[in-house]
Design a protein around this ligand. Structure first.
Ligand code: GLA
Length: 727
């Protein structure tokens, strides 16, 4: 049984293949956290300690027992106003302005299968995959507040998910000022906190630092999960490495603002929490209303970060991504953005398509610039009508012509946006999020549509479905090119829920589109990787990783991204040199080696290629086709850190261990430098492997023990590929 309950002690145990999670509804009705770690038998309530703590108060019902304090005890759903002064998950204000809610356990239910969440993405269990749900009910009588804590357990994947449904069962309205989804309390330990920080064109750079007293907090106040901090965080023992030590992850299945806080408290205890961003959040709950805290995916590894990543990779790949494209090979694309930007004609597009076809790609993606008046990026968003003058024909006709060349057709859209210079804005200025009597903050000269408004959602759905039903469009690149700053809905009288309702509105549109157009592959994008999260991956099984296509910068971006997300969902393209973001010139081979992730393609003008480059690209495409299954479905190993090693190497191993693909880049060459050795992992011990390219035969054990040498580089940015087959 994945979930069990002991009536006598009030102890709940969640069991997965390699982990155990335990909590207890104690005699006062508080839900205390007991354990999350290596799989174990027994009851861990002996881990709780009680002492008379000055300035840490006790609940009234504890009477003279001053040793019981919620300020010191590990909890599951800490709530503000209970004498716990640490970061909490819930802040409630009643209609008189009084804060706080003392929540007590009233009951629970254990059900087969993994719960789903109305209107929000959530991990699902596959047919025949064991899963269970535990729902624990907490109540506060004064407010008539009911909180249902949801725990989903997928034992085979070492995954435990959390969410909470907060319902106002009272007579009077209440307002939630903070709503978190998951809390992990540790009574002792010295930890590092690992986050993935960045910026536009520099997303998800690994940041690891020791947690000391105070609160280390990351998050997004931008209405999107953001380029700046990814909603995936890890807490690890100080000595945890790739292959050794304990670590715990939290990943938010949500694409809007979030917080993730790690607090080391006065008693040297640690609390990790994750939930909805507090900024501009004041969720009014009228009598009978409820709100859902988005899901957090938790996992634990006692074997280092690599195992933790493998758990998340499997979960995202198998239990988050959905639809026809979950396992099917993604098309190799040629994208027009870095090839032509906004300046093209229908003829240019067909020329690019034709040469793309000659190179061997599967699909042409027509990026920004195809719709009326879109000759620069300051106008026309919202008016999704093709510019037939510019294209030289209608969109359906262009699509047919591309199809006639033997290529599929993909289209860029940015449906959540509106330009002031657009027909849509002239007709519906109140559909843009603008605070009345304020001048809005512009981002790339555009405004954000109010997706909390049903009419706007209808408009977007029909605009996009109109495009899809008129032409044979088989792929959409769904972009989102600014952060949200002005939060106001003309359609709502409760502005504190607009950002949350916006994200739910986005999910509603995507759900409807994916349901009605199951054959269309949607790629997520937000100025590159500004919304690279598990929430989007539920609808868009691949995401454009970054607007930075420079091979060297991408090494760092892919490295950071790989901790929480599998290679199969990462979109990466080979672009031209000098690179448009950095001006760097790297070998074409290196650009390929760095870009061959799960959703691969080219983003360059094929007419500027030499014949030799053309030949090389055709070979790359063949190579990618033969390797893409292992890339998309294999186990991913980080063999070095580009932050601290003088080389970057990574590896994919097929699930049965019979094949391995090892890629490496030495960014900088030095005179008379020491030889770089790469040490692979995950090969079958006792076996021999042959490298497809050199013919060399390697014993797996020796390779995994002391590695093999890379040839001396001939210059900067040299890359290496090994394709090992087990003999
Ligand atoms: C964003 C995307 C790019 C490109 C442009 C088009 O920046 O990330 O790939 O589509 O928009 O305007």
């Amino acid at each position: 049984m994945a979930v069990s309950f002991d009536e006598g002690t009030g102890i709940f145990t969640l069991s997965t293949k390699n982990t155990t999670y335990q909590m207890q509804a104690d005699g006062y009705g508080y839900l205390l956290h007991l354990y999350y770690g290596r799989k174990t038998r027994g009851v861990m309530d002996w881990g709780l300690t009680f002492a008379d703590r000055g300035f840490s108060g006790s609940p009234y019902d504890a009477g003279d027992d001053r040793t019981y304090s919620l300020d010191a005890l590990p909890q599951e759903f800490p709530t503000q106003g209970t004498g716990d002064y640490r970061s909490t998950l819930l802040v409630v204000r009643d209609s008189h302005g009084t804060y706080g809610a003392d929540l007590r356990y009233t009951g629970h239910e254990i059900t087969e299968g993994k719960y789903s969440l109305a209107g929000l993405p959530a991990v699902y269990a596959n047919p025949n995959e064991e899963s269970q749900t535990l729902t624990i009910t907490l109540k506060n009588e004064r407010l008539g507040l009911t909180v249902s804590l949801l725990y989903g357990v997928i034992p085979g994947k070492d995954i435990i998910t959390r969410s909470a449904i907060v319902r106002n069962d009272g007579q009077d309205p209440i307002t939630l000022h903070k709503l978190g989804s998951a809390c992990l309390d540790f009574t002792h330990g010295r930890f590092d906190v690992i986050t993935f920080c960045g910026r536009h064109t520099g997303e998800r750079q690994l940041n690891r630092q020791a947690l000391t007293h105070g609160v280390y907090s990351v998050g997004s106040r931008r209405g999107m999960s953001s380029h700046q901090y990814n909603p995936f965080v890890v807490l690890a023992d100080r000595d945890t490495s790739e292959t050794h030590g304990r670590c715990w992850g939290m990943q938010f299945v949500y694409s809007g603002g979030f917080f993730a806080e790690a607090e080391h408290d006065q008693y040297s205890q640690t609390r990790l929490t994750m939930g909805l961003a507090q900024e501009k959040f004041a969720y009014d709950l009228g009598a009978g209303e409820e709100v859902i805290a988005p899901e957090v995916i938790m996992s634990f590894s006692s074997e280092g970060l690599e195992k933790l990543s493998h758990n998340y990779h499997a979960c995202i790949r198998e239990n988050v991504c959905r639809g026809k494209f979950k396992h099917s090979p993604r098309p190799i694309v040629i994208n027009t953005w870095e090839a032509l930007y906004l300046e093209f004609s229908g003829k240019n597009i067909l020329d690019v398509a034709e040469s793309g076809k000659a190179l061997g790609v599967d699909m042409l993606v027509l990026d920004d610039g195809w719709f009326m008046n879109r000759n620069d990026d300051a106008r026309a968003l919202g008016d999704w009508t093709a510019d037939e003058g510019k294209l030289g024909c209608s969109l359906p006709e262009l699509v047919s012509r591309v199809n006639a060349l033997g290529l599929k057709f993909g289209l860029w859209v940015e449906p959540e946006m509106i330009s002031e210079e657009s027909n849509l804005f002239r007709k519906h200025p109140d559909w843009a999020m603008i605070v009345p009597h304020e001048r809005p903050v512009l981002g790339r000269n555009q405004l954000v549509l109010d997706l909390s408004n049903r009419e706007v959602r209808e408009y977007i759905y029909f605009a996009i479905s109109g495009l899809l039903s008129q032409s044979n469009i088989e792929y959409l690149k769904w972009d989102f090119n600014r952060s949200i700053a002005s939060v106001y809905s003309h359609a709502s009288d409760t502005q504190g829920r607009v950002l949350y309702d916006y994200v739910k509105g986005l999910y509603e549109i995507l759900e409807r589109l994916t349901r009605n157009y199951p054959d269309v592959l949607i790629e997520g994008c937000a100025g590159g990787g500004g919304r690279f999260d598990a929430g989007m991956l539920y609808y868009t099984p691949q995401i454009w990783c970054s607007d930075n296509t420079d091979a060297l910068d991408r090494l760092h971006i892919h490295y950071g991204t790989s901790f929480g997300y599998p290679a199969g969902v990462i979109a990466a393209h080979v672009s031209t040199c000098p690179n448009h973001q950095t001006g760097r010139i790297t070998p074409l081979r290196t650009r390929y080696v760095v870009s061959c992730y799960g959703a691969f393609g080219y983003e360059l003008n094929p007419f500027r290629l030499t014949d030799e480059e053309r030949r090389e690209i055709s070979t790359q495409i063949e190579e990618y086709r033969s390797d893409r299954e292992i890339i998309a479905e294999g186990l991913y190993y980080r063999l070095s850190s580009p932050q601290s090693d003088n080389y970057c190497a990574w590896e994919y191993v097929s699930p049965d261990g019979s094949k391995a693909l090892i890629n490496a880049v030495i960014p900088h060459n030095h005179g008379n430098a020491p030889v770089v050795y790469v040490t692979p992992r995950g090969l079958t011990p006792g076996s021999l492997y042959r490298d497809k390219w050199s013919g060399e035969i390697y014993p797996a054990d020796a390779l995994m023990d002391s590695g093999f040498p890379l040839k001396m580089p001939r210059g900067d940015y040299e890359s290496y590929t090994f394709r090992l087959d087990r003999l």
